[in-house]
Design a protein around this ligand. Sequence first.
Ligand SMILES: Nc1ncnc2c1ncn2[C@@H]1O[C@H](COP(=O)(O)OP(=O)(O)OP(=O)(O)O)[C@@H](O)[C@H]1O
Ligand SMILES: [Mg+2]
Length: 609
Amino acid sequence: MRPSSNFETQEAADVKTLKRLAPYLWPAGEAKLKLRVIIAMLLLITAKVATVYTPFFYKGAVDALATPDNELINIPILLIMSYGLGRLGSIVFGELRDLSFIAVSQSALRKLAVKTFEHLHSLSLAFHLERKTGGLSRAIERGTRSIDFVLRFMLFNILPTILELTLVTIIFFTEFGPMYAGVLVVAVVSYITLTFSVTEWRLKFRRSMNKEDVEANTKAIDSLLNFETVKYFGNEDHETKRYDKALKKYQEAAVKSQYSLALLNSLQALIINAGLVIAMLMAAQGYVAGDLTIGDFVLANTLLIQLFMPLNFLGFVYREIKQSLVDMEQMFSLLERHPDIQDKADAVDLHIKGATIAFQNVDFGYQDERQILHGVSFEVRSGETLAIVGPSGAGKSTIARLLYRFYEANKGRIIIDEQDIASVTQKSLRQAIGIVPQDTVLFNDSIHYNIEYGAPGCSENDVIRAAKQANIHDFIMTLPDGYQTKVGERGLKLSGGEKQRVAIARTILKNPAILILDEATSALDSATEETIQKALVTVSKNRTTLIIAHRLSTIQHADKIIVMDKGRLAEQGTHQDLLGKDGIYADLWQKQQRVDEARETLKQLNDQL
Ligand SMILES: Nc1ncnc2c1ncn2[C@@H]1O[C@H](COP(=O)(O)OP(=O)(O)OP(=O)(O)O)[C@@H](O)[C@H]1O
Ligand SMILES: [Mg+2]
């Protein structure tokens, strides 16, 4: 994911990541959001100034009370009231700052997430097949969460703390003198150095925790997904042990991480309190010497305690920001990936006349080392039906993927209505083609939603008409929830044949000029096959149709049949032509006939019993 990391250090990469984020925080052309950023910054400063100056009221009150001859009791009251207001102010201004900024950060998150999502859909099939979908959605999720985190902590923790640090150092310098400021600076610098270096060292425990966590999770998910297999082999104990082993490693790493955190916290406390004690000793000395008041002594203590409070989180913030930057970089690098298949600069829309298709000497391989198609040439005339048959792995589905331009041919041309598909826009090409894939996957929603998907926003009647044409309406009506029946994840609650008919219905709604049907490999029973067959006859009317068939009986009436064998076109012609040739097709046909006869006999026997 990070091809650049060989050349640049992590720091350089982090800076780059932050730079890429910047435009979203100062969004061009969005004056309102910019105003919000400015207001948030002003509120941030106000809140910090209030925080830092509030202890002065406290000091004033202490001094007033400590001076015995002071009879004006209303002076400490005023000071105490101001002290309360100051404390309240620093909280309220902080909250207002968050409110003002939330719209900015949320809009940045939304825009980035949407942009990444859109981009992912523009990437090629090859990209998606290589990657785990879960991993992709996690990259977006983690990326956006990190942005939220980085913004929040950079702007609302680190920046204000730096501001406070500066103000307090100035106060120490002017109110108490350079010695005090020196103690403060030494304490803070050693605190920060310690925190960063220990946190860096601790990161390895954290990393191994994450690694073991992922490991355990993957094992658990894989095991649960293979639920049936586990049962088939009675391997529940084995699975549980494997899971436990992964969890044990996590546990060990977690314990180490906690120990190292305790160490860090203790060392931090040592530095803070040493600094505090030294400053207080100096102030006490100053009081004895008559240079400082009791109030000054209290002031020094309060300012220091206040200052060290946000520093407490520094280790956590440092670690999380580092991690967040890596997560963000992963998301940004997804955005950098260019789609493998891009429209040519001068691409025009495909213009459909009769939807004739021609493959001319097409060579293709998914990888360079393994060629799948060898010089494939064929033609389908307007409105005709072409059947593609051949053994498994012969390259039949590959032909469909090339026609849809999921991949690009290495050699040769694919022509639709005299236009090379490589020089038309992908959108117009894909608009013209409807595919009912070999293994249909449905959205985890209602049947209605899945059919309507072919033409989003179409009328209820259209959906029903399409379902009727696809021969699935009657079945849907037998379901208790009818069209509102949920189909389950990937459509698993429907049978293979039902899913395929839903897919046919949604393709009918798309109403494409070219139809590709990739028949399911698993043998459907003859009744289902017949219904699908009928549906197909209706759908393929007046359309150029490619049927990839496994059962030859379904394609006897095709205008033309091509027989693929090991990526080459072995035979072509009509059913009768091919039977006459006595080649691969005739052989396949006889085998299937025999299987059919055997099935028929079995069925009759069963019926008699
Ligand atoms: N994404 C891919 N990456 C690499 N090789 C692939 C990919 N998809 C398919 N193949 C290979 O290409 C060859 C042709 O596959 P294809 O899916 O076209 O076969 P098919 O004729 O449709 O087979 P079936 O009848 O089983 O559906 C197979 O050997 C397969 O292993
Ligand atoms: Mg196939």
